[in-house]
Design a binder for this molecule. Structure first.
Ligand SMILES: Cc1cc2nc3c(=O)[nH]c(=O)nc-3n(C[C@H](O)[C@H](O)[C@H](O)COP(=O)(O)OP(=O)(O)OC[C@H]3O[C@@H](n4cnc5c(N)ncnc54)[C@H](O)[C@@H]3O)c2cc1C
Length: 396
């Protein structure tokens, strides 16, 4: 049974919703989280790489830059305190060709401006840190990058919330607004003083109930992975990332040693046919036609999207995926990396007036509600700091 009235109703039990519930309950607020799925982690928060990013990529004045590194520290502290898996393996960013060196240098400058600890490695030093990694001339090393098990983190947050008397009601969907201070859910009407929208890939739909997000469209991008065959040996110790196209929000196919020691390569950023299009066609049922039309309009209007749309879908084909992976490491053997069952969807907001991908997190408030509208990477890393800032800005 849901309470009929709560002080703060949080819609969405992903990492953002749980982190917000944790922050607000620590500040003495009475909170209820509703999550549509029967279990936690069915969407982005349970399907990501689990990398705690360390503040390297983001434009210095952005919300991503302001929250990523602090979030990384808070999440690490939480994992230590709760005894959760935490692999503090660091990460290298390598240049695949000389033309990438200016962007590598720009990343180093951004990292320094963001307060991230980064070092230059020459090719010999790189071999000591990551014997398999290949680069042109030099690479960036980030010591503070770490890897967690995202589902473990979600469950630990749920346990902590339960201990504070904060329910996380799974299988309960927000269905619509029922007038001021009340919403309709699949388990009945809930009245609230404040509401936080943390619905991830569905955040725009929830926001529209309050007349927000009207100029935005949400375009989902699919991330597929490959995984080192069980029992095989391939000496990648931590994380090996390429120099990304920093005009786009995606970091490129990379190697990640998971918190439990499995080696993944991926994810792609393929325009998807639905917000839950985890199969080739599955999950594309109702939205596909509208999304294809939106993709076509973006393709014509935005050269950066065009570059992604032309290069990413071919990575469904193993040969193209492997070609990307092989450019990061020496001795890559495609036979060692079959397709993994891990697939994630990154919901990306596009400003439909300019047809530009929204690069930063976006938090908007109206009446008694606050909406987290573009919870793209590194929102998992940043979540606890994002929640702290949201509480400071909107719940004082
Ligand atoms: C492939 C991939 C790799 C990534 N790698 C990283 C990484 O390494 N590091 C990093 O920091 N970030 C990474 N990210 C990004 C990160 O996963 C997301 O930024 C983060 O998980 C967003 O969290 P969220 O809580 O906003 O969304 P979600 O996890 O999607 O949670 C939203 C929840 O709201 C629920 N919901 C939706 N609608 C309703 C409704 N009407 N009623 C009730 N509940 C509802 C959904 O079921 C869902 O559980 C990655 C993402 C992907 C997809």
């Amino acid at each position: 049974m849901l309470p009929e009235r709560v002080e703060v109703l949080v819609v969405g039990g992903g990492i953002v919703g749980l982190a917000v519930a944790r922050e607000l309950s620590a500040r003495g607020r009475g909170v209820l989280v509703i999550e549509r799925e029967p279990e936690l982690g069915r969407h982005a928060s349970g399907r990501n790489s689990g990398v705690l990013h360390a503040g390297i990529y983001y434009a210095p004045e952005s919300a991503k830059a302001r929250t990523c590194l602090a979030g990384n520290r808070l999440m690490k502290a939480f994992c230590r305190e709760q005894g959760l898996s935490l692999r503090e393996s660091g990460k290298v960013i390598v240049a695949r060709e000389p033309s990438e060196l200016p962007v590598l240098e720009e990343l180093f400058r951004r990292a320094a401006q963001n307060g991230a600890r980064v070092e230059w490695l020459d090719e010999r030093q790189l071999a000591d840190v990551e014997p398999r990694a290949r680069t042109v001339e030099k690479a960036i090393f980030s010591r503070d990058t770490a890897v967690v098990d995202p589902r473990e983190v979600l469950e630990a947050l749920r346990r902590e919330l339960a201990g504070r008397g904060v329910p996380v009601a799974t299988g309960c969907a927000f269905l619509g607004r029922e007038g001021p201070g009340a919403v309709r859910t699949s388990a009945g009407t809930v009245r609230f003083s404040r509401l936080v929208n943390a619905a991830g890939a569905w955040c725009d739909r929830v926001a529209r109930a309050w007349g927000l997000a009207e100029h935005y469209r949400l375009i989902p991008f699919k991330g597929i992975y490959r995984k080192l065959r069980p029992g095989a040996d391939f000496d990648v110790r931590g994380n090996v990332y390429p120099v990304p196209d920093i005009r786009n929000p995606f970091l490129g196919v990379h190697f990640t040693r998971s918190a439990h020691g499995d080696l993944y390569v991926g994810p792609t950023a393929i325009p998807a046919l639905g917000r839950a299009n985890y199969g080739l066609l599955a999950g594309a049922e109702r939205e596909a036609a509208g999304l294809l039309l939106a993709d076509a309009r973006l393709f014509l209007a935005n050269a950066k999207f065009r570059a992604v749309a032309l290069s990413e879908p071919r990575k469904y084909l193993a040969a193209f995926f492997h070609r990307d992976a092989a450019r990061l490491v020496k001795g890559y053997d495609p036979a060692l990396f079959p397709a993994a069952d891990k697939v994630g969807i990154r919901p990306q907001l596009v400003d439909w007036r300019t047809k530009e991908l929204v690069m930063d997190f976006l938090v908007e408030a109206r009446d008694e509600t606050v909406h987290v509208l573009n919870p793209v990477s590194p929102a998992f890393t940043a979540s606890m700091e994002l929640a702290r800032v949201l509480a400071e800005d909107h719940f004082r």
